[in-house]
Design a protein around this ligand. Sequence first.
Ligand code: SF4
Ligand code: SF4
Length: 127
Amino acid sequence: MQNGLFFICNCCSCCCGVLRSINELGIPAGDVVNSYYYAVIDPEECASCGVCAEERCQVGAIEEGEDSNVVVAEKCIGCGLCVSTCPQDAIKLVRKEEKDIATPPQDEAEWFEERGIQRGVDFSKYK
Ligand code: SF4
Ligand code: SF4
């Protein structure tokens, strides 16, 4: 939501039901979590130490590539947890193209309405 935020997500897959479900069911995280960003690893800088994939990424979005670790963009939720601990400073967040960004609802009421409409609920009687 753009207004009236009541919690901040810390992206921990052991506590967060959304992230945990994504991992247990094998759903690409990018299909579930709306983010403006995704991470990219510079193969020239990456030392393949494994910190980002093994200790930081909560949704399995980083894999071993031929010459460096690589981010699978479809799985990345753009949380930035991998960026802050890369010893090589090899990871950065990149803003998605506008066509791939979903604007968050204004407030909780608009959010509930969007979700209801997607499920076929007629909201006209609630207004
Ligand atoms: S933490 Fe940085 S250097 Fe280590 S594997 Fe990830 S991108 Fe490469
Ligand atoms: S920003 Fe980094 S830690 Fe967060 S989901 Fe993407 S690859 Fe994983």
